[in-house]
Design a protein around this ligand. Structure first.
Ligand SMILES: Cc1ncc(COP(=O)(O)O)c(C=O)c1O
Length: 382
C-alpha cells in the first residue's frame, strides 16, 4: 500500500542519476532516453552549465515573490520577446496547464476591455491537448479526459483538426480566439496542414479573432525553431510555454502581443511561484544554449535523421525536428513496445491511439539516435 494517489500508471523503476541522454536506475542499469521527462529535459541530464547555475543560484536566493523585481525574470522575458512577438510581454507561471489557463483569461479580459464581453468563445481542435485544470481540460477536445469531471468550462467550442469546413461551422460573432498546437503532441504527433493553418489565419484576421498557439510541447527548440509557429509565415497573438523552458525546473510562460498583454493590469492575474529566481536562472541557461548558432538547425537535421532511420526499420515516421511519432499497426500495442524497450534499456513514449513518441533531449547526437533505434529494432523484431 502506497501513500500516493493512483492517478498515474508507473513503470516499476527508480532512477537515481542521469548524464547527457542517459539515465541510471538504483540497480545500476543504464538507459538511453528518447522521452526526456516528456519533452522537458531539453539539455539532457546533469548539464554542467545548467547544474552549476541552479546550484549557485540556490545558495543565494530561490524565491522572493512577485511583490519584488526579479532580474532573471526580466532577462528571460527579454530573450523570449526578442525571439518571438515584436513588442511582446511575458507572464510567468509554473506549468503548461497554468499557462493555457492564463491565455484563456487573457483572451476574455482583452475583449471585455474592448467593450465586447460577449466575445469569449474559444475554438480548439479534436486531438489537441492543453492540460488538466478545468479550463485547459475543457480546451482539450478529447472526451476520454472529460469523463467524470463535468460540468466543464463554458465557452469552449470544438472543431475537427485540419478540417476547414468544421472550423468554419464553429466560428461565430462571439469567437474570441482559436487555440491549437502546431504539432499535436499527446494526440499522436499530428502536424497541422499548412492549408488549414492559412485558413485559421484568414478567418482570424477577418473576424477579429486572436490566435493562441500552445507551444508547451513544441516550443523551446523542440521542432528545430525556437517556436514551432516560426516554420510558417505569421505571428500569433499569444504563445503558451512550459515543459522544456527551464530544462526540468517547473515553469510556464505566456507571451502576448503588447495590445493583448495590456489587458492584465495589477491584481487581475498572478501566480505565487511564477518566474522565481530558481526557474528563471535555469530558463536563462536553457535559452542561451538553444540560441547558440546552429543549435536549432542541428535539432532539425537530427530530426530528419531520426525519421529516415525509423523508416529504415519499417516504421512510418511523422513530426518536425526532435518531435517525432511512428504509428504502429493495430496488432502491435505501442504501450507494450515501450515497456519492452524499457526492459532493454531504451525509454520511449507513446501518444494518441497507437503511436510511439520520440522527444529526446535536444543535445542527443546521431550515434545516440542509432543506439536507441538498434534497441527498438531488436524489440520489434523479437
Ligand atoms: C501541448 C500541451 N499543452 C499543455 C500541456 C499541459 O502541461 P502541464 O502538464 O505542464 O500542465 C501539455 C502536456 O503534455 C501539452 O503537451
Amino acid at each position: 500500500m502506497g501513500y500516493l494517489m493512483e492517478n498515474y500508471t508507473r513503470y516499476d523503476v527508480y532512477f537515481e542519476k542521469g548524464e547527457g541522454v542517459y539515465l541510471y536506475d538504483n540497480k545500476g542499469n543504464k538507459y538511453i532516453d528518447m522521452l526526456a521527462g516528456i519533452a522537458v529535459n531539453t539539455l539532457g541530464y546533469a548539464h554542467p552549465k545548467l547544474t552549476d547555475a541552479i546550484c549557485s543560484q540556490a545558495k543565494k536566493l530561490i524565491h522572493v515573490s512577485n511583490l519584488f523585481k526579479i532580474k532573471p525574470q526580466e532577462e528571460v522575458a527579454e530573450i523570449l520577446v526578442k525571439n518571438s512577438l515584436e513588442n511582446g510581454k511575458v507572464f510567468f507561471c509554473n506549468s503548461g496547464a497554468e499557462a493555457n489557463e492564463t491565455a484563456i483569461k487573457l483572451v476574455r479580459k482583452y475583449f471585455y476591455d474592448k467593450g465586447n464581453p460577449e466575445k469569449y468563445e474559444i475554438i480548439t481542435f479534436t486531438g489537441g491537448f492543453h492540460g488538466r485544470t478545468i479550463g485547459s481540460l475543457t480546451a482539450t477536445a478529447q472526451p476520454k479526459y472529460h469523463e467524470g469531471f463535468k460540468p466543464l468550462l463554458q465557452g469552449i467550442k470544438y472543431a475537427e483538426f485540419n478540417n476547414v469546413e468544421s472550423l468554419k461551422k464553429a466560428v461565430s460573432e462571439n469567437t474570441a480566439a482559436i487555440m491549437f498546437e502546431i504539432v499535436q503532441g499527446e494526440g499522436g504527433v499530428n502536424p497541422i496542414n499548412e492549408e488549414f493553418l492559412n485558413e485559421i489565419i484568414k478567418i482570424s484576421k477577418r473576424n477579429d479573432i486572436l490566435i493562441v498557439i500552445d507551444e508547451v510541447q513544441t516550443g523551446i527548440g523542440r521542432t528545430g525553431k525556437l517556436f514551432a509557429y516560426q516554420h510558417f509565415n505569421f505571428e500569433p497573438d499569444i504563445i503558451t510555454l512550459a515543459k522544456g523552458l527551464a530544462g526540468g525546473v517547473p515553469v510556464g510562460a505566456v507571451v502576448a502581443k503588447e495590445e493583448v498583454a495590456k489587458a492584465f493590469t495589477p491584481g487581475t492575474h498572478g501566480s505565487t511561484f511564477g518566474g522565481n529566481y530558481l526557474s528563471m536562472t535555469a530558463a536563462k541557461v536553457v535559452l542561451n544554449e538553444i540560441l547558440k548558432p546552429n543549435f536549432l538547425n542541428e535539432v532539425y537535421e537530427k530530426g530528419l535523421y531520426l525519421k529516415e532511420n525509423l523508416k529504415k526499420i519499417g516504421l512510418k515516421a511523422k513530426g518536425i525536428g526532435l518531435m517525432v511519432g511512428a504509428d504502429l499497426p493495430e496488432e502491435i500495442n505501442a504501450k507494450e513496445v515501450a515497456k519492452k524497450c524499457l526492459e532493454n534499456g531504451l525509454i520511449i513514449g507513446t501518444a494518441g491511439k497507437n503511436t510511439l513518441r520520440f522527444v529526446p533531449p535536444l543535445i542527443i547526437n546521431k550515434n545516440e539516435i542509432d543506439e536507441a533505434l538498434n534497441i527498438l529494432e531488436k524489440v520489434l523484431g523479437g
